[in-house]
Design a protein around this ligand. Structure first.
Ligand SMILES: Cc1cc2nc3c(=O)[nH]c(=O)nc-3n(C[C@H](O)[C@H](O)[C@H](O)COP(=O)(O)O)c2cc1C
Length: 304
């Protein structure tokens, strides 16, 4: 049998990704921070740090703690704000020739809406990722931790843009399918599962507790289960993000139902992780004589 040519580009909803491997928001600056260490050819897109309407200093230091199997962070959405992003970062991002996914978040829905209106008029943005799930900011108005709030936020933003809309879900819920379905019904094109888990760290030197969001390999089994359940109960594509630290974990996420995968913490630790996963996917598809990743998405799972 002739060997098929393998094409790792993926189309999720209306969004074409150069590869199914994307960086997680927040570990990559505005796409320009890791240019010297990461080979961008293996990345499907550039995902920016979450932008808020105005420039935000984030939470006071310390705000990153190293754990045995991951990290805890409490950055608190530090970013340069939408206007500076459009002026200072976007022109350079456009020249990189990659799809650009802009992450947008904030404390008030009105502010997120204002950000989307400005960004929607800019050239060179392929999709928005709606970050309602940051565990490190205090907001009662918008949260990805209940489905009514997710529905309201996604519905409001959906009206403002025709670009691909990714809803980044929180894992800090009893049932991620409830918020996932709410996002889908409100018009999200893609689900991203998901953000960091709420955690607590005790600093013995300072004799003090800190709260933050946990990422890295220790969260993988819970995230993968979330993807597994979302795949059964929703019908839009899923980006599986959380704790991927190897080729096998990436493939497991695809088996569970992810059409693309995200890497954050371990991309920083292992800058060649995207390349390794890319090559592994090619080899795996070759073995099965399949030409595209879509043919194995959810392969070890069943839709309900
Ligand atoms: C230092 C740091 C900063 C982050 N900043 C953001 C952010 O700005 N927006 C966002 O949606 N997620 C942010 N995240 C969460 C990641 O995008 C990702 O959802 C999470 O880290 C799980 O993936 P991982 O285990 O591969 O790191 C951040 C994570 C870390 C570790």
């Amino acid at each position: 049998m002739a060997e098929k040519t393998i094409d790792l580009r993926v189309k999720i909803s209306r969004l074409w990704l150069d590869t199914p491997i994307i960086p997680a928001s927040g570990v990559f600056g505005y796409g320009d921070e890791l240019v010297d260490t990461i080979d961008y050819r293996f990345l499907g897109a550039i995902v920016t740090k979450t932008l808020t309407w105005t420039e935000t200093p984030g939470n006071p230091q310390p705000r990153i703690w190293e754990l045995e199997n991951g990290l805890m962070n409490s950055i608190g959405l530090q970013n340069i704000g939408v206007k500076r992003f459009c002026e200072e970062k976007l022109p350079q991002l456009r020249r990189m020739g990659k799809p650009v996914i802009v992450s947008v978040g904030g404390w008030k829905l009105d502010d997120i809406a204002k950000s989307i209106k400005i960004l929607d008029n800019q050239q060179g943005i392929s999709a928005f990722e709606l970050n309602l799930s940051c565990p490190n900011i205090k907001t009662k108005q918008i949260t990805a931790e209940n489905s009514a709030s997710v529905f309201k936020a996604v519905k409001a933003i959906r009206k403002l843009t025709r670009k691909t809309l990714i809803a980044k879900l929180s894992p800090n819920v009893a049932d991620i399918c409830e918020t996932g379905k709410a996002a889908e019904e409100a018009g999200a094109d893609i689900l991203c599962a998901g953000n960091t888990f709420k955690g607590l760290y005790y600093d013995w030197r300072l004799e003090k507790f800190y709260t933050g969001g946990i990422s890295g390999s220790m969260i993988f089994p819970m995230v993968c289960r979330g993807v597994f359940e979302l795949y059964k109960k929703t019908s839009i594509p899923i980006i599986g993000l959380g704790g991927i630290n190897s080729e096998k974990r990436a493939l497991e996420m695809v088996f569970a139902g992810a059409s693309a995968i995200g890497i954050g913490t371990h991309l920083v630790i292992m800058p060649n992780l995207a390349e390794r996963i890319y090559k592994f996917f090619i080899e795996y598809l070759k073995k099965l004589n399949k030409s595209r990743l879509s043919s194995i998405v959810g392969m070890k799972n069943e839709k309900e």
